[in-house]
Design a protein around this ligand. Structure first.
Ligand code: COA
Length: 177
């Protein structure tokens, strides 16, 4: 018996990665990760998921539309989809062998480590790949951006312009926020 088990190539030669998240809303930090992932994979599926611990500001459809609007309509390497159920099951059925997660500060590590190990326990054929977020985006999150926008703060530059506009509209409506 050898200590080394040869790598079994996936049936598809296309390298597909799933980049999951709540994306409420998508930020320039997320876009930075997507661009980095595109240099490693042939195709990236941005999977908008449900985190039971979160109450999103934007509906699933709104979040997906804002992500789609970040890319040209003919960008074939990016797909935006909704994910329900287990993320690894979704990745597997999509032919993806990698889940991308962005790492910002050390504070992300515990949670990401837990998530990656649980996902691996459920499905060994799907690996989690961590990409380091660009320095400029290390301290942003969707929550902090929403909080700033809710109180009238300028979030221009941290989110794409159309997302900035959606935040402004959302918080201008009476009864919102
Ligand atoms: N730039 C800016 N912000 C970033 C970022 C980056 N590069 N990387 C992470 N973040 C922020 C996000 O904005 C988000 O901020 P928020 O909490 O203020 O909204 C936070 O970091 C991390 O959240 P996110 O990346 O959206 O993921 P999540 O923790 O909400 O998880 C799923 C969402 C869909 C991946 C997860 O819930 C899931 O896998 N669900 C399916 C069920 C399942 O399989 N569970 C796992 C079984 S163990």
């Amino acid at each position: 018996m050898t200590a080394y088990e040869p790598f079994v190539a996936p049936k598809t030669s296309e390298r597909i990665a799933v980049y999951p998240g709540t994306f409420d809303p998508i930020t320039r930090g997320h876009l930075d990760i997507i661009h980095r992932a595109l240099s490693l994979f042939d195709r990236v599926i941005v999977a908008v998921g449900i985190n039971a611990a979160k109450q999103p500001l934007f509906s699933l459809e709104e979040r997906m539309a804002m992500i789609r609007d970040c890319f040209p309509a003919d960008e074939k390497r990016i797909e935006v989809d909704a994910v329900t159920g287990l993320l690894v099951d979704y990745a597997y059925t999509k032919g993806a062998r990698a889940i991308i997660r962005g790492l910002r500060a050390v504070s992300d590590f515990d949670y990401e480590f837990q998530l990656a190990l649980m996902n691996r326990r459920i499905e060994r054929e799907v690996e989690t790949v961590f990409l380091m977020t660009g320095f400029r985006w290390i301290y942003i999150s969707s929550s902090i951006i929403k909080d700033a926008a809710r109180h009238g703060g300028d979030v221009g530059g941290l989110v794409p312009d159309h997302v900035c506009e959606r935040l402004r509209e959302r918080f201008m409506m009476p009864g919102n926020g």
